[in-house]
Design a protein around this ligand. Structure first.
Ligand code: 3ON
Ligand code: FE
Length: 493
């Protein structure tokens, strides 16, 4: 009977594993061309540059890495100019990338379990981190920066995408000091007379954790930096801001460093979710120098969070929208990420948390149970109340599955629109780009990369954000695939 059930489930699947696996092949080549194969029309009002980052190599000369998060960062740049689009990609030429390219083999351990060949004896007591610059890419203060949360950024030339070196912000960062991969862009900072500013953080792990907050002005200079100590181990990948606060969710995890030290597991594979422990929500004032009060810590029962959508203040409460997993799949040393059993792992679901700063209580409410990831909103609403959000989502409304759709949610009316590319398409992070001069919050475009297994290539898709039901207004066929990526940003320049 269970076999029958399995068969039925297989029949209903919106994808095949083989198709999905195609998006996790390495892309070794670096391209530079105008995209001529376009279905539909690129709006001429859409002008600017989309930068994307993500693992470009899933193997080194045929030696597979253990987890996609360990893959060397590769930047894709799509420039939109007068109704045309240009593609260029380049690997971030990190020390590790160059050394492994030269050697033709894996020389470094990865956080997520990649090991040097030769078994545990070859890996024992090697605590070096390979800065793989693969998680995000931002253009800020006229600098193009590839980010990886456990070390310093790499700076690239926005024209050629050549790697220029590591970025220390005029000595604000020290060698090896972390600068997170999830900065938030405050559209109007009170302390800076209403100018935009970039807010970021870094985690220094240990028995007690140091969370450092950085704020950069539009010129790209660090104008505020302050450190805070919180008890316990932290795995914090993302955070949210309001005009006056930074908010961190300290996932309920434990860390056992022994298998890492012995060369048996990557550091990230030594993290275990503790479902019976609460999540600690740490609210840190952004401007402690200006007399803002101390850190507040609240508690809530919840699973594991990688990504938040947004936060905003309503009266005594801060509302935080986040993608929450009931449990975290354990990455086993002998396993192959390409063989993952999607149905055996928990989906990411959208929750709203209500933090009452006055009485210290937290309420939570499920907003969307469909499996989703990679949220995006209008840049003007960061840290403010907002109405629309866009995410990558599974084709089916229930269960866990690869991301094959883009979902828009109207948080005011509850209306949802879904655009699916199943069965052979797989979606990455959407990015909302406002139409120049627009007022309405969803007046603009949603841009995303879609892997098309039928042609083993990727498309840049453009949707009208105000109406997903009319389908893509343009599909730009690239000449190759782009491996499933992580994060990116759009700049009108
Ligand atoms: O926590 C400590 C401090 C720290 C910063 C210890 C530590 C070594 C684990 C650590 C390092 C953390 C790192 C390097 C995290 C890197 C994360 C990364 C590259 C990506 C995370 C992606 C998250 C998601 C949810 C991706 C989803 C992807 C899909 C649905 C498929 O396309
Ligand atoms: Fe992320």
């Amino acid at each position: 009977q269970s076999y029958k059930y399995q068969q039925k489930k297989n029949l209903e699947k919106s994808y095949t594993r083989e198709d999905w696996q195609g998006g996790y092949k390495s892309l070794r080549q670096e391209f530079d061309y105008w995209i001529d194969d376009v279905e539909g029309e690129i709006p001429t009002e859409l002008q600017g540059t989309l930068f994307r980052n993500g693992p470009g190599l899933l193997d080194i000369k045929g030696q597979s890495i253990h987890h996609p998060f360990d893959g060397d960062g590769m930047i894709s740049r799509i420039s939109f100019v007068n109704g045309r689009a240009h593609y260029r990609n380049s690997f971030v030429k990190t020390e590790g990338y160059l050394a492994e390219k030269n050697a033709g083999k894996i020389l470094h351990r990865g956080v997520f379990g990649t090991q040097k060949p030769g078994g545990w004896l070859a890996n024992i007591f090697d605590f070096k981190l390979k800065n793989i610059a693969n998680t995000n890419v931002i253009y800020w203060g006229e600098k193009l920066l590839a980010l990886w949360e456990a070390a310093e950024p790499h700076r690239l030339d926005p024209k050629t995408l050549d790697t220029l070196g590591k970025e220390y912000f005029h000595g604000v960062l020290s060698a090896g000091e972390a600068f997170g991969a999830h900065p938030r862009f405050d559209p109007s900072c009170e302390q800076d007379n209403g100018a935009p500013c970039l807010v970021n953080f870094s985690i220094k792990p240990g028995l007690s954790t140091t969370i450092t907050i950085f704020e950069l002005n539009v010129a790209g200079e660090v104008v505020r930096k302050h450190a805070h100590h919180v008890p316990g181990f932290c795995f914090i990948h993302d955070f949210v801001i309001t005009p006056n606060h930074c908010i961190f969710f300290q996932n309920p995890v434990s860390f056992n460093p022994i298998p890492f030290a012995l060369g048996l597991r990557g550091a990230g594979e030594c993290i275990q979710v503790q479902p019976n422990q609460p999540t600690r929500i740490i609210v840190i004032p952004r401007f402690p120098q200006s007399g803002q009060k101390e850190i507040k810590t609240l508690e809530v029962g919840s699973g594991f969070i990688f990504h938040h959508v947004n936060a905003f203040v309503v009266g005594e409460e801060i509302l935080v929208d986040s993608l929450c997993y009931d449990s975290l799949p354990e990455v086993e040393p002998e396993s192959d990420f390409r063989q993952v059993d999607f149905e055996a792992i928990a989906p990411g679901q959208l929750w709203r948390f209500y933090l009452n700063l006055k009485d210290g209580t937290v309420q939570k409410k499920l907003i969307e149970s469909r499996c989703c990831e990679f949220p995006a909103i209008h840049p003007r609403n960061v840290g403010r109340s907002y109405r629309y959000l866009y995410m990558s989502a599974a084709h089916a409304a229930t269960g866990n599955a690869p991301l094959q759709a883009l979902l828009k949610i109207d948080l005011e009316s509850g209306e949802k629109q879904i655009w699916s590319v199943a069965p052979r398409g797989f979606t990455g992070e959407p990015i909302f780009v406002p139409r120049p001069g627009s007022e309405k919050e969803d007046d603009g475009w949603v841009l995303a990369l879609v892997y098309d297994a039928a042609h083993h290539r990727s498309d840049v898709v453009i949707l009208d954000a105000s109406d997903f039901t009319k389908g893509a207004i343009a599909r730009l066929h690239l000449q190759h695939h782009v491996p499933y990526g992580l994060h990116g940003n759009f700049t009108p320049q």
